[in-house]
Design a protein around this ligand. Structure first.
Ligand code: HEM
Length: 503
């Protein structure tokens, strides 16, 4: 094809493994995907171009494996690479309720992302909503205490309930029952699984032809569940407003802390002179993007962090000692304490280094031809993946034992999270991405993970269920959860028991 000639005929050759007809390189991919992509890069990018060219069936894929190329992609070429793959399945899945993370680069994406930032995720709103998060961490501690004596705790489920309710409080000023959290989680996971399966269909037209629309129908069913869930949050909110006009979220006498995303957006919807028209599709998309973008990622990161602490007791001891000396035992740790707990923050950074939840980021797509890394041509329509996982374990950057959990690495030079080189050193990580599609929830995520870990360590002693060894292997999918969910036994620490009982 003309495009193929253009790419191959111009500039330097991007290394690529031998491909099969139709499948391209699909036959080389194994689970978990991030490990298998990293292995291909090691094997075929022998000259260290920092790039690998692959084909997932009909889809061209560029894997970026070096920090300097990644940095170039998301600065110099940020606009050209800001699109998301326009997969047919994705359009079905997010119909009537587009998700920010999946939107094409354009006006709708810009509007949704700006609304989520202005009404929930910017530093100003985060400062105003810390009370809601502290209330949720108290609720989590109380629930863990009730569970403590009885049976082992599924750490991710506890963290999931915390994160979902924190975001629900910011979105609607309400909580979900345990049952609602479970249903929300099932819906979200079904969507992720279906999207994974649908990716195969999208890259292999043959499969799509043989499927007779089954996948499409399943995706449409999940899309409808999402739409209904999103709409029910709006309808519940409107009903509450109707029953209690002049409540905390009403115009008159509204307190800064009581403002919610829904309150803001629905008020704007009704204002006649409002600068932009917000229909229900936009409002529920913002709410669902916050809930679905922030819950699973945060909960899994907390689960990885607890697994690391359970397998590294000396780090756990050091964290507890820091909390005891800074916060004490007469009150519960709060979000505002995080600033004075550097070691705890280093634990969060080190967890995100070893287990970045999106090990290849969310796929980007080139919306026009561009030339990266001194002369390598990338054609329009190429999917761009970043090998964050390997970069953050590169011995050239992180020293001889990059696989080890050593929070002290971050003690000297700031957190290093967020695509920055910290303190001018060469240590570089980007668990939240970089450029205009970077995660807008980084600030919130760091607070949620920090507080949850802090409260869990301050209040309880933890050990793996049945004293078994913790299985640290990574699961596969679009994100990288633990392959074996972490089950742990927690006991209230003796000097915290009375405080916990009074919660
Ligand atoms: C530890 C937790 C989290 C991690 C590791 C994480 C990581 C990421 C990554 C890697 C991306 C893709 C960046 C790219 O495409 O270049 C992303 C996108 C996104 N994240 Fe997060 N995230 C986390 C928590 C959150 C939270 C708490 C929220 C909001 C409540 C959130 C909302 C989003 C949204 C809306 C996007 C899509 C951005 C866009 O496409 O413009 N994330 N996240």
């Amino acid at each position: 094809s003309p495009r193929k000639q253009r790419t191959n005929g111009q500039g330097r050759h991007i290394p690529s493994p031998p491909a099969l007809p139709v499948l391209g390189h699909l036959h080389l991919l194994k689970k978990p995907l991030h490990r298998s992509l990293a292995a291909l890069a090691t094997r075929y990018d022998t000259e260290g171009a920092g790039l690998l060219h692959l084909r997932f069936g009909a889809k061209r894929v560029l894997l970026v494996t070096s920090p300097s190329v990644a940095e170039e992609c998301f600065t110099v070429h940020d606009v050209a690479l800001a699109d998301r793959p326009g997969l047919a399945s994705r359009r079905v899945l997010t119909q009537d309720c587009p998700a920010i993370a999946m939107c094409s680069y354009g006006p709708l994406w810009r509007q949704l992302r700006r609304l989520a930032t202005v009404h929930a995720l910017c530093a100003h709103r985060l400062a105003a909503t810390s009370g809601a998060r502290d209330a949720e961490s108290r609720a989590m501690a109380a629930k863990l205490l009730r569970r403590a004596a009885a049976r082992p705790v599924a750490v991710k489920a506890a963290a999931y309930e915390f994160a979902a309710n924190v975001i629900m409080a910011m979105v609607a000023g309400t909580r979900m029952t345990g049952d609602q959290v479970r249903r929300f989680r099932e819906m979200t996971e079904a969507g992720l699984a279906a999207a994974g399966a649908a990716n195969r269909h999208d890259s292999l037209p043959v499969l799509r032809m043989l499927d007779f629309g089954r996948t499409r129908r399943r995706l449409a069913g999940i899309a409808e569940a999402r739409r209904q869930f999103g709409q029910s949050i709006l309808d519940d909110y409107r009903q509450r407003r109707h029953r209690h006009p002049g409540g905390a979220d009403d115009d008159a006498g509204e307190r800064e802390t009581a403002r919610t995303v829904l309150g803001d957006l629905l008020r704007q919807q009704q204002e006649e002179q409002s600068p932009e028209h917000l229909d229900d599709v936009v409002v529920r998309s913002v709410c669902l993007s916050l809930l679905q973008g922030g819950t699973d990622t945060t909960a899994s990161t907390i689960e990885w962090a607890m697994a690391l602490l359970l397998t590294n007791p000396s780090a756990a001891k050091k964290a507890t000692a820091e909390i005891d000396s800074v916060v004490g035992t007469s009150r519960l740790l709060q979000e505002s304490d995080l600033a004075g707990l550097p070691y705890l923050r280093c634990i969060v950074s080190e967890t995100l280094r070893l287990y970045p939840l999106a090990p290849n980021h969310v796929p980007h797509e080139a919306s026009r031809d561009c030339v990266v890394a001194s002369g390598h041509a990338v054609a329009r329509g190429t999917m761009v993946l970043v090998d964050v996982f390997s970069m953050q374990r590169d011995p050239a950057v992180w020293g001889e034992r990059p696989e080890e959990f050593v929070p002290e690495r971050f003690m000297d030079g700031g957190s290093g999270v967020g695509g920055r080189r910290d303190g001018g050193s060469s240590r570089w990580m980007m668990p939240f991405g970089m450029g205009r599609r970077k995660c807008p929830g980084e600030g919130l995520a760091l607070k949620m993970v920090g507080v949850t870990l802090g409260v869990m360590m301050q209040c309880f002693e933890w050990e793996p269920d049945g004293g078994k060894e913790v299985d640290m292997s990574e699961g596969s999918g679009l994100t990288m959860p633990m392959a074996t969910p972490l089950m742990a036994v927690c006991r209230p620490r003796a000097n915290m028991e009375s405080l916990l009982k009074a919660l």
